[in-house]
Design a binder for this molecule. Structure first.
Ligand SMILES: O=C(O)[C@H](O)C(=O)CO
Ligand SMILES: [Mg+2]
Length: 256
C-alpha cells in the first residue's frame, strides 16, 4: 500500500515545508494537508519539488473562529465562494489534484440547497484545472452539528449533482464512528471515492489498534485494486517520528 502523510495532524508542530521534508524522510509516498494558507504557496511548492512528493489535497478555509466550513451556510455564499476561489488558486500553485470543500455547521433544506449550489460552483471552477472536489462526512461525536454526517448522505448529493469532478473523501475513522460497516461501504462506494483516510477507532491514533482491523482494510483495498496513497490522518500523542512503527512494519512486508 502507499500512504500519504496528513500534515494537518502529522508533524503539525513544523512549518509546512519542513513537515513535507519530514514526511519524505519517513518514507511516505505523498502528503496532504488541511489549511496551508499561512504558508506562501511558493514555499510549499519548493518543498514538494525538492522531495518529489505530491500534495494530494487541501481544504477550503473553515471561516470565522468557531466555524467549520462555509459551503452549506445559507446567506454566506460570497464567503463560501471566496474560500473556494482561494483553495483553487493555492491548489493550482502547488499542483494539488483534490480540494475538500468543507460544509460547515448547518442543517435543513436551505442548507442542503446552498451546499449543492456551492459545490456546483466549486466543481465548475475546478474542472478546467483538472481539480476534483471532495466532500467528507464528519462524525457526530467530533463535529456535532456538521452538515455532512454520513457516506449515504454524501453519495446522494454526489448522485444528485452528477458532476464528474465531484467525489467522496472516505475517511474510515469517521465512517466507523458514525455508520460502521466500513469495508462493505468501501466496496459499494469505490466508484465515487476520490480519496481514503485512516486512523484508529475510536481514539484517532495510529492505524494499528482499536475497533478497526487495518490489516483487513488494506487487504480489502488490495483486492479491489486500490493503488492510490491512503491518507494517514491520525493524531500523534508524541513526536510524529516516534509514531511510525505501523508504517515501518507494513514497509517490512507484513501481511499487506
Ligand atoms: O477531520 C477530518 O477528517 C478532515 O479530513 C478534515 O479535512 C478536517 O476536518
Ligand atoms: Mg478526514
Amino acid at each position: 500500500m502507499k500512504f500519504s502523510a496528513n500534515l494537518g495532524f502529522l508533524w503539525s508542530d513544523l512549518p509546512l515545508p519542513q513537515a513535507i521534508h519530514a514526511a519524505h524522510a519517513a518514507g511516505f509516498d505523498a502528503v496532504e494537508c488541511h489549511w496551508p494558507y499561512a504558508t506562501p504557496a511558493a514555499d510549499t511548492a519548493a518543498a514538494l519539488h525538492q522531495t518529489g512528493l505530491k500534495m494530494l489535497g487541501l481544504n477550503t478555509s473553515r471561516g470565522n473562529p468557531g466555524e467549520n466550513g462555509l459551503a452549506a451556510l445559507p446567506n454566506r455564499e460570497p464567503d463560501a465562494r471566496a474560500a473556494i476561489d482561494q483553495a483553487i488558486a493555492y491548489a493550482r500553485a502547488i499542483n494539488t489534484p483534490n480540494i475538500h470543500v468543507m460544509a460547515g455547521f448547518a442543517t435543513g433544506p436551505q442548507a442542503h440547497a446552498t451546499y449543492l449550489n456551492n459545490l456546483h460552483y466549486a466543481c465548475t471552477n475546478a474542472s478546467s484545472h483538472g481539480i476534483t472536489i471532495l466532500v467528507e462526512p464528519l462524525n457526530r461525536h467530533d463535529a456535532p452539528g456538521y452538515f455532512l454526517t454520513t457516506t449515504t448522505q454524501a453519495a446522494q448529493i454526489i448522485q444528485t449533482l452528477a458532476i464528474p469532478n465531484l467525489k467522496l473523501m472516505f475517511d474510515c475513522y469517521h465512517t466507523a464512528r458514525t455508520e460502521g460497516d466500513v469495508t462493505h461501504r468501501l466496496r459499494e462506494l469505490l466508484p465515487i471515492i476520490g480519496h481514503i483516510q485512516i486512523a484508529s477507532v475510536p481514539d484517532r491514533g495510529t492505524p494499528d489498534h482499536g475497533e478497526l482491523d487495518h490489516a483487513h482494510l488494506f487487504q480489502t483495498l488490495k483486492s479491489l485494486g486500490y493503488t492510490a496513497p491512503i491518507g494517514a490522518e491520525y493524531k500523534p500523542t508524541k513526536p510524529t517520528d516516534e509514531t511510525l512503527d505501523w508504517l515501518k512494519s507494513l514497509r517490512l512486508g507484513s501481511n499487506t
